[in-house]
Design a protein around this ligand. Structure first.
Ligand code: SF4
Ligand code: SF4
Length: 214
């Protein structure tokens, strides 16, 4: 499982750094290395691009896993260069940005947009399978998530637009509810297709969500 990120347009990064001439760059050795948005190569490339803009990059580091508590240790190990910086440019997912912000009082600027959580099907191909709705229906949909895979997020499907197993919104994509139907049929559980599912209770997903694991 990986958090999928995409680098912001460079013009946006440039604009955000307009008031800061000495950035320190932080990447992540886990998700953004896998997705090639914030690993060593991308951090070094960013450093060179910023230097072309006459920024004096005070240093850089790729933290093994930027969202965990070892981030504090990694930042302490680089404290000299970080103290010398006017801001921190972060090439990690938003969890890493949040974590890094806890340990520093100067501006922390994300260079990436965090998109979704995905599984890697084949090397380099990541697919979203869960939108973290907080009320999972996979037990009744044969393990296929209609919230994530159906273009309309229908909890009672398919809609009238399904055609030969394809989705009316995007004809290249399989209709999620046809997939659900086929798999339930294989399992001898087609009665579940006739069941009515009430609208999702989005109260269970009120933000910010917190939990204490005992
Ligand atoms: S129903 Fe879909 S979005 Fe909701 S928790 Fe289950 S897999 Fe995730
Ligand atoms: S065709 Fe299928 S996947 Fe597409 S919106 Fe309708 S039910 Fe959802």
């Amino acid at each position: 499982m990986k958090l999928i990120t995409r680098q912001k347009p460079f013009e946006e990064i440039e604009k955000q750094l307009a008031d800061f001439d000495r950035p320190f760059i932080i990447g992540c050795g886990t998700c953004t290395t896998m997705t090639k948005t914030g690993g060593i190569d991308q951090v070094q490339e960013m450093k060179e691009r910023l230097q072309e803009l006459d920024k004096r990059v005070s240093g850089w580091v790729v933290i093994p896993t930027a969202c965990d508590e070892m981030t504090e240790t990694a930042m302490k190990e680089n404290s000299r260069a970080i103290e010398n910086a006017s801001c921190i440019l972060v090439m990690t997912c938003a969890l890493g940005v949040h974590r890094i912000s806890l340990y520093i009082d100067r501006p922390v600027i994300p260079a990436l947009d965090t998109l979704f959580i995905a599984v890697e099907d084949t090397p380099g191909y990541f697919r979203e399978v869960c939108a973290q709705c907080g009320q999972c229906v996979l037990g009744e949909t044969a393990g296929i998530c209609p919230i994530t895979l159906c273009h309309k997020g229908l909890v009672n499907g398919p809609c009238g637009g399904t055609n030969n197993g394809k989705c009316e919104v995007d004809k290249e994509k399989d209709c999620a509810w046809t997939l659900i139907y086929e798999r339930l049929k294989e399992q001898g559980r087609l009665d579940l297709m006739r069941k009515y599912y009430p609208p999702k209770n989005y109260q269970v997903a009120l933000r910010p969500r917190t939990i204490k694991i005992q």
